[in-house]
Structure formats: C-alpha cells, structure tokens
Ligand binder design. Sequence first.
Ligand code: GLC
Length: 743
Amino acid sequence: MALKSKIIISVFLSLTYLSVIAQQKEVFYKVSENPLYKNSSIPTEQRIEDLLQRMTLEEKVLQMTQWTYGTNANENNIEDKMNEVRPEIGSLLYRSDSPKFRNQIQKKAMEDSRLGIPIIFAFDVIHGYRTIFPIPLAQACTWDTELVKRSCAVAAKESHSAGIDWTFSPMLDVARDLRWGRVAEAYGEDPYANSVFGVAAVQGYQGNSLADKYTIAACLKHYIGYSLSEGGRDYQYTDVSGQTLWETFMPPFEAGIKAGAATVMSGFNDITGTPATANYYTLTDVLKNQWKHDGFVVSDWESIENLIPQGVAKDRKEAAYKCVMAGLEMDMKSDVYLENLPLLVSEGKVPIETIDEAVRRILRLKFKLGLFDNPYVEELPDNERYLQPEFLELAENVAAETMVLLKNENSILPLNRMVKNIAVIGPMANDSLHIMGSWEGIGKSDDAETLLEGIQKEFGNKANINYAKGCDFDGLDSLGFAKARIAAEKSEIIILCIGEKRQWSGESGSRSNISLPAIQEELVAELSNLNKPIVLVISSGRPNELSRIHSKVDAIIEIWQPGLRGGSALAGILSGRTNPSAKLAITFPLTSGQQPMYYNRRQSSRPIYGQYRDVSKDPLYDFGHGLSFTEYKYGEIQLSDTIIDKSQTLIAEIEIENTGKFDGKETMLWFISDPVANISRPIKELKYFEKKSIKAGEKMVYSFEIVPERDLSYPDNTGKRHLEAGDFYLQVGNKKVKFELVD
Ligand code: GLC
C-alpha cells in the first residue's frame, strides 16, 4: 500500500478513536441540567442509584476517602499540613470552627466538581464542642440517660453551627483495664450501661431526623474489643474470645445500631489476630448481614495502613484489598484506598460491585443528612452559637450529678455553716485546662471555671478562702508545701484538689501504675499531719490508686473531668446546695496490681483460695458505690411470683424511704445472677437501672419488669442466645431474692 494511503488511513483511524473517546467523555461528563439525583422529591435510594451510575471509578474511590483539614490537636495523630482539598473528596476531619470557611470548601465541592457531591465534615465531638461537659465515664455515674442525651444534643447544636455534620462518638468500649487511658471516653465497665448511654448519645446527636437542623451523625466506636488492649497498653493485640465478644462487647454496638446510629468506626486493635479494620465477620457478617446496618464503617486514623505493622498485609495494596473486601467503606487519612483501589478493580481483584456498595452507603448518609439539598450552614457569630447560658447551666447540672462522694467520715460534708476559713489547696485547685479532660473539642480553658473559682463564688461572702497550690501535678518540687501548710493552719477545713493531667488518660494515655504522682501523695501526707479535716477532691480520667492516701483524709469526692462548670458543681456539693447522687459506673480498685478488676467477673473455681497474698481481694470502692448526704432505707424486694415460665414476665418492686434531712436522688441498680448455666455466668450482671428524686421523709417505689428472653438469657460464642430453666437471683442494693424459671 502506498505510503500516502497508509498515512490517510492512520489519520482517519486516529480521528475516529479520538471522536469515540470524546463521545465517551461526553457521556461521562455530560450531566444534564437537573439530574435525578439532584431532585429532592425523588426517593433517596433512586437518587443514589442515579448518581452512582454517573460516577467514574476515581470519583467513587474519592468518596471512600477522608482527609484531615487543619491542624489536628490530637497529639497521637500528628497532622498539621492542610491537604489541598480536592472537591470530589468524600469527607474531611475538619478542625476549623468557622462555618464561613466550611461553606467555602463545600462550595468548591458543589460547584468545582463534575457531579457536585457534598463533603461530609467530621470531628471528634466527644463530650461537648465548645461547651465542654464531663467526660463520658463521668456521665455514666449520673445514671441519668436524659442528661446524657441533652448534653449530646447541645454538642450537636454547637458543632453543627460550626459546620460539623458527623461526630466520632459515642465510644462504647466497655472498660476492662484502668491502665488503658481510654476508659475515660466510654461509659464504664458494664455492657448494659454502655448500651443504654450509647443509645442516649445517638439520640442526642441524631435527634428525630438527620436532616433536622442541628443534628449530626453519630459513630459507634471502636468496633470492636479495643478496650482489651493487652496490658492496658493502647493499640495492642486484643485476645477476644467469642464468648467475651458476644456477652461484653457486642451488646452496646447492637443497641446503638438498632437505635439508628448512622456510622461505625473500626478499632486499631486486631481481634484475636484479625484486625478490626479487616474483619469480615464483624464488619459484614454481623454488622450488615445480621444487624442490617445500612450505614458505613470508617477506619480509625490510618488503621488500614496499620495492617502492615500488624503483620497481616505486606504492603498498602494488600491492606486496601483486605479491608475493602471485609466491608470497611471509608479510609481515614491513610490514602491507601485512593492509591490502590482503582488498580485492584482494573486487575479484577476487587469487584466494582464492592466499590459501588461502599459508595452507596456513603452517599446514603449524605442524602439522609440533607447535604445535597442544603449543603451550607448558617454563618452566625460565635456568641450566638456557643456557650449559651442554658448550655452552661446544663454543663453544671450534669457535672454536679457525675461527682461521686466516695467517703464522708463523720459527715464532715456538707461543710458546717459555721466554717469561716476554708483552705483550698492542690495542683487541680486553680487549674482550668486539665479539668476539661481529653478530647475537649474546641473547648478553651479560659471558658473553664476552676474549682477555686467555684468555691470562692459559693462561699466568698461567708468564709475566707485560703488558697495554695502546694505542688505541681508531678515532679519533685515540694517547696510549695510550706505555703500550703500556712493556708491550712489558717483554716478549719482543707479542700485538697489533686488529680491527673488531661493527657494522662484518654488516647495513648496508658499507665503501668494508676497511682497519682508521689509529689501529690506527699502533699496529702504533709497536710494530714496538721490534724485538720481534709476533703480530698480528685479530678481524673480513671479511678486512681488511693491505697496510701485514702485513710489520711475524712472525705473523698471523685469529680472526674467535669468540663467547664466543675467548680460550681463541686462547690454546690461542699455547701450542701447539691446532695450528691452519683454512683460508680466503674470499679475503684485498691491497687494498680489488681488490674483488671471489674464487678461482672466469673466466680473462681476455688473462691476461698488463690487471692492476692499481698493486698485485699476487694476493690477500695465497688461498682455502684456512691454516698449521699441523706439516708435511704431499703424495703424488701417484692416479686409478683417466685416461679415463672419462659413466656411470663416477673415484676419486682422495692420501696425506698428517704429517712434523712436532705432531699435526694437515688438510683436503683438491678442485678441478675444465674449461678448455674451450661456456660458459666458472671457473678452478677446489671440488667436495669432507674434514678428517682425522693424528698426527705418521702417513700418511693421502684420496679423492674423481668422479661426472661431479654434478662435471663445469655449468648454463646456465636451470639446465639440461650435461656435455661433454673434458679436465679435478683439483687438491688444489699437486698437479694431468689426466683425460679421453669420450662
Ligand atoms: C483517633 C482515635 C479515634 C478518633 C480518631 C479521629 O486516633 O482513636 O477515637 O475518633 O483518631 O480523631
């Protein structure tokens, strides 16, 4: 063929190829004026499918990617560079609190991208956003789900006004070892308590509809078994038996999913060898196939990439493959999906259907949040969005109900009105930073009232307040003890405020010893030599070891990390304005060496033997312990029957009388024991709780309806529930009754 002809043919073929490509791109890039997915009158699932079929593979994988935006103050996750945000990115972990700035970024997504898919802005709203509430462990000690729900609703309102659509909360990691700092972030050591408070948090964040103004999507974390981190060292291997998985860790997540939680976050841990982030059984078999969750799972910070150090992926590509095939939809921060999924799909290793299902779930939340139809937030000034008086009042009320009166020898509390000189001493007394705890949102220490300020406000015109810091939180410098002694010698009573710095608990806040630093214990010892009554106030993210100091003081109040209004809340208890009602949602051990120690443990095979020979077998304060200024007289438990079959319910009632001088609030914690079963059971398990106000001199009846299938059954290591006839015990307070379940 003549050269000339060849040239003509090749030019013709090239032009044809280019026109085909152009037409394809025309198909891809042609988005009709009003595509179906942008029509808010169309059902969400139709909008999703219409959008999905328009998306390129790269656009889909970008939706499965979360970047951080702004400086991330979480010192465990250093991220200070601002990624140049691609308008097609699925989500941003967003650390600015400017709605204007957030809208600017969202505008890029809506207008500079081909399909105009809104970004979902996320942030760790854990116990408040700008109005900081007590840490979740503290909130559990209120035994008041309404307070938890209301505090989450305030957090949702403040964060949404800043442009946040999605929080990484509630954390539902049932506490098992206090050396693990993150016990501060969940609702204590009981699965039922974590279930009930987790549901309250989801309801507080999500309200009645995710599309409602001021609601944000919840995220149940860290799915699952993370709190078993070996030795209490964070991010470690967790050996989670099927039995433990189903009786301890699954219940709060199942309850949260059934309550409509929008998303889940996988944990850093590997679940007995299979990382939570690549665990098909938990992520797909249980979460999606059994529980029918229609939302999505986001990895924890770079935990897809972490499969490499965990020894289950040789490289990022294998990590991407294992996680996406297990059912992990969104990659937080590591870009492993962005870099590898297109290749894995083109190689035929990852079916496009897998990608589509992941993107479908992500788009579903964006539609549910109303982001396609209302992508922007109001740009109101800070003073209209944050720290509203009613928010701060709630913060104080919640704090007051979290503070546990552990000891009150000779009823030195509430302070006698005749007291005219009060010493307020200790490193926590005038602190406004650590008192907020970890994960303090965008809380500012300038907004936090110190314990000293609260006490001065409460007693200022009635007593002289003599303050001395005494010492730092740690270190060896005891030079401040002299001034502390002087302040104490001028006073009739000492309020001694000690505790933890906020990063001593929370993420990566692992400690081999849960005592407070020696310098703080020395300050207690020094002041106890003055023979003046001491009220020990502890602010911490976990129960601390008090074995050397608890006997040196007359009263002990665990105030946890109370947030912005702990000062007034504590002062109200000291003055008697508030009658303390909190009860421990976590066991308070005597020594660090007793860890792990929790109330719902198995009975030993030789109960009398085998205990520690160097310390008591008992904790310092039990789960459920908490004193009041008043006295309650417990009647006997009344049962509607003593024998029931599996189809019947059993009504239990108990009458409580407030025989003291103070009005109060009393919580009934109802426990069930099943002493003989085919799979051994914990010595007792919390099955219901209720808190009621009882005025001085009044009586109140509390009741609990026992439903056998719900309250007397137990799961095996596959989650299958078993209900076995036999004797059961019901316990509330120190009252205990027996009943029988027959076939
Ligand atoms: C973390 C935490 C997780 C948090 C996430 C985003 O490392 O484990 O709880 O939500 O990063 O900040």
